[in-house]
Design a protein around this ligand. Structure first.
Ligand code: GDP
Ligand code: MN
Length: 378
């Protein structure tokens, strides 16, 4: 579960991290009121659950109430990466001197949390990571000791933060750490953490991702959940007990089992394709579940071919086939579909599918190749 920027910053503020003054508005008139209250010079920021809002035109500076109202109207009518903007955050405009990146996340391979910082923060941080990775400093935290001052000092020294800011940085680091820890977050990020013209440190942007497996004990945070703003397909998938994650490619994948789904995606990439999603229909998937999964995959208009890779263990091939046939009746797909079905009741499944217009494959590599070719032809 992701928190909005305004929710993330309010959470950080509860742990002593300084943030700009501001409030959320759902209409242009409200945005104007808030701007007037804050003295006119404000930044209008779209509240959507994706990054890169600045580059997409979803963050704009206004000099007075009139401009704030006008810009809020424009931003409230935008869609950013497919998500409609329903709210804007109106924050007091900050005079920015330096933009720092500062985040805490789990480093799974090190089996511990890691602090990440860079003096080259702001909207180009991905570019910095790709082209000048030495500008990104990482410091691991011993989970049994918790965050120690020497961790923070290593980080501050690593990004060559001027000494005069170390005290304020330390307070922010400890605040962010506590927020991360007590919220069961998998990511707590400030980008940018700015040094203002008058030498203050301020969290201008905030992002929090919570561990879904810990939500049962995070009732206060769960109440903040904004289902309207989440990817509809992921919510829909959740309802059917499917694990679906949207990606950027063109080959829709329907697979049973997380490991098999990963292997399938690897094979698609090996043969020059890009998966459009990760989708695990789980063990023992019913006809209803399979139909829902196919509907979700086909709703994504970037999908140029669908690859089914089903290994029947508990899952029965005939059930899967019935699900596919049911879904095909509802949604009339105009993309080619490749299926590899093996294991329990695979034979029965294949018989049922003979009437459907699908490309069949014996092995996973054959199926992946056929799907990549089919997507290119479409
Ligand atoms: P993101 O693009 O989704 O990460 O949105 P951010 O909240 O990080 O804003 C993008 C960029 O807008 C920041 O990196 C800043 O350069 C700029 N920005 C945001 N708020 C302010 C502000 O109050 N004053 C100024 N001058 N720039 C701002
Ligand atoms: Mn940002």
């Amino acid at each position: 579960m992701k928190l909005h920027e305004y929710q993330s910053k309010n959470l950080f503020a509860q742990y002593g991290v300084p943030i700009p003054k501001g409030r959320v508005a759902a209409t242009a008139a409200e945005a104007r009121e808030i701007a007037d209250e804050l003295g006119g010079r404000v930044v209008i920021k779209s509240q959507v659950l994706v990054g890169g809002r600045g580059k997409a035109g979803g963050v704009k500076l206004a000099n007075n109430g009139d401009e704030a109202e006008q810009l809020a109207r424009e931003i409230l009518s935008m869609e950013i990466k497919g998500l409609p903007v329903r709210k804007v955050l109106v924050d007091q405009g900050i005079d920015i001197e330096t933009e720092i990146y500062f985040g805490i996340t789990n480093d799974r391979s090190a089996r511990r949390p890691v602090l990440i910082a860079s003096a080259a923060g702001g909207v180009d941080i991905e570019e910095v990571a790709a082209t000048t990775p030495e500008k990104i400093i990482r410091v691991h935290v011993d989970p049994l000791l918790g965050l120690r001052d020497y961790n923070v000092n290593d980080l501050a020294a690593g990004i060559e933060l001027p000494r005069i800011h170390w005290k304020a940085f330390g307070q922010i680091a400890h605040g962010l750490w506590k927020a991360y820890l007590e919220s069961d977050a998998t990511l707590a990020e400030i980008n940018p953490l700015v040094i203002t013209g008058d030498g203050q440190l301020l969290a201008v942007d905030g992002k929090v991702v919570l561990d879904d497996n810990a939500l049962f004990r995070q009732q206060n945070l769960v109440e903040m959940r904004d289902l309207d703003a989440e990817d509809n397909s992921e919510i829909e998938a959740n309802k059917f007990g499917l694990t679906y994650i949207r990606l950027d490619g063109e080959i829709g994948c329907m697979v049973n089992g997380a490991g098999l789904a990963m292997a399938t995606m690897d094979m698609v990439k090996l043969y020059g394709g890009e998966p459009a999603n990760f989708l695990d229909i789980g063990g023992g998937a019913s006809e209803e579940k399979v139909a829902a999964a196919l509907r979700i995959i086909l709703k994504d208009k970037r999908v140029k071919a669908v690859l089914f890779n089903v290994f029947g263990g508990i899952t029965r091939g005939d059930e899967v086939a019935k699900g596919i046939l049911a879904a095909l009746k509802e949604v009339n797909p105009d993309v080619p579909m490749v299926i590899r079905l093996v294991g329990t009741n695979a034979e029965e499944g294949r018989k049922l599918l003979a009437e459907a217009d699908m490309i069949t494959a014996e092995t996973l590599s054959e199926a992946a190749q056929k799907a990549v070719e089919a997507a290119k032809g479409a």
